[in-house]
Design a protein around this ligand. Structure first.
Ligand SMILES: [Zn+2]
Length: 470
């Protein structure tokens, strides 16, 4: 095994190419296969081209060295140049192509490096997502509790034999129930045609039973009670839109829940954990905007000032050069529970940028006509879903938000994100013959809270975006 740098020419901002040839016993093979479609687009915004070339070369060399039995042409060549398109800041981007390069970089992309996922045809992505959604819904129904709710801590009571793994915290039952009901509702175009009507109605009864006199769903004992309320409200609103159950009752509960969302908003800004207490964050604001958008679609009453306040908060949190949206600080990192901060580093996620983009889109801004929506979409796309627990990239909450945001962006960006989602989510679902069939392992930044129920409902919701675009 040897790695040889056969050609290296450097001129600042002029064409530079770097070719690595992986020598191996099968060099006699006359012609290596053509370059694979794995093309790695490298954003050179933050470093010189020389530094980048050295780093890419080192990574590829390490990857080749790690291969026990390299295939001919497995490292066919790398080209780094400035002939490619320019990014939003007018800086050059470069393309790295090579069969073995993309996997190496994808596992742990350096900051600023965008590893484009292998393309998956839309028809294949949709067909497999459809099957995955169906399996996920079956698993969810099999883990519903007798009271109609989904309980992160006790969902395994009906598991035969070895129970499913991945318990979460009991406090999130209202929110996780909301996610599960919404996932079941969205799996079928109409409520009448939904084969899981009974489970949905039981879930809705459970949620309505938790609603207090002000419309808030779930007890206000946890500091995160507004997440419970938002997720539960979304289920009620979407059920109302579909005329589920005794629709007058459902609509009344849904409107009551929406009224509590409106009452909780800070004047001219967003939301956080309290009721109009002056505290705001991008995550909670995005979730409340999702509820209000669904309410608008369902014909429920929504105050137009709500959109203006949410947009004002997102604008305040948007850093203008690259469009990154912060959690509570302009351009700052996304949020993480303290216990998973090291295992799932926040810098590997663009969750808040996705949340900000989604707020902009719901409020009518598009990547075609809004600079910050466009920059945000590109930043989100630079962190596509990648299932890699070792490197800490798993963030199901982010992937679901990003999916909702990117499907609204435009077709080219959506195609790239959908391909990544296919590899990271569809292909990671448990499909073996076990009770976990149809679920996903609770392995991400938020799984300590919501457990396997959260993981499965959230990723099912993400895939439903793929199915609904057929
Ligand atoms: Zn089970």
């Amino acid at each position: 095994m040897r790695v040889r740098t056969s050609h290296l020419r450097r001129t600042a901002w002029s064409a530079l190419s770097l070719t690595l040839l992986a020598g191996c016993a099968t060099e006699r093979e006359a012609a290596p296969p053509p370059l694979a479609p794995n093309r790695v687009v490298v954003d050179l915004s933050n470093e010189t081209i020389d530094a980048l070339a050295e780093r890419v070369a080192a990574q590829v060399a390490a990857q080749v060295a790690a291969q026990a039995a390299p295939q001919p042409g497995s490292v066919a060549g790398i080209e780094v140049g400035n002939a490619g398109p320019r990014n939003e800041a007018g800086r050059p981007t470069a393309t790295v192509a090579g069969r073995a390069v993309a996997p190496a970089l994808r596992a742990s992309p350096p900051p600023g490096v965008f590893v484009k996922p292998p393309h998956v045809e839309a028809s294949a992505a949709i067909a497999e997502a459809t099957a995955a959604v169906d399996a996920a819904c079956e698993w969810l129904v099999a883990h519903q509790s007798e009271d109609g709710g989904w309980h992160p801590d006790t969902f395994t009571t009906r598991c035969p034999g070895v129970p499913c793994e991945g318990r979460g915290a009991s406090a999130y039952a209202p929110g996780v129930t909301g996610l599960a009901v919404t996932a079941l509702l969205r799996a079928t175009p109409t409520f009448e045609a939904n084969p899981r009507r009974d489970a949905i109605l039981a879930g809705l009864r459970y949620l309505r039973g938790l609603q207090d006199s002000e419309g808030c769903i779930g007890p206000r004992i946890s500091s995160h009670f507004q997440y419970n309320h938002a997720c539960a409200s979304l289920a009620l609103v979407e059920a109302a839109a579909r005329g589920a159950g005794a629709s007058a009752d459902i609509r009344e509960s849904a409107q009551h829940a929406v009224d509590f969302v409106l009452r909780s908003q800070n004047p001219y800004l967003g939301w956080r954990y309290g009721v109009r207490d002056g505290d705001n964050d991008t995550s909670m604001t995005c979730w409340m905007v999702r509820v209000l958008a669904a309410a608008r679609d369902a014909g429920l009453r929504v105050d137009d000032n709500a959109w203006r306040g949410a947009l004002a908060w997102v604008d305040k949190m948007t850093e203008p050069e690259f469009g990154r949206v912060g959690y509570q600080r302009r351009g700052g990192p996304t949020a993480r529970p303290i216990e998973t901060l090291e295992r799932f580093p926040p810098e590997l996620s663009e969750a808040m940028t996705a949340a900000g983009l989604l707020v902009r889109e719901v409020c009518g801004q598009t990547v075609a006509d809004n600079e910050f929506a466009r920059k945000g979409a590109d930043l989100v796309l630079s962190r596509p879903p990648t299932w890699d627990v070792e490197h800490g990239t798993n963030d199901f909450y982010y992937w679901e938000l990003g999916t909702d945001a990117l499907r609204r962006a435009d077709a080219p960006r959506w195609a790239v994100w959908r391909s990544a989602l296919h590899g990271a989510v569809t292909l990671r679902q448990h499909r073996e013959d076990s009770h976990a069939h149809g679920s996903w392992d609770a392995l991400d930044a938020w799984s300590n809270e919501g457990g396997r129920l959260y993981a499965t409902a959230t990723l099912c919701l993400a895939l439903e975006n793929v199915v609904s675009t057929r």
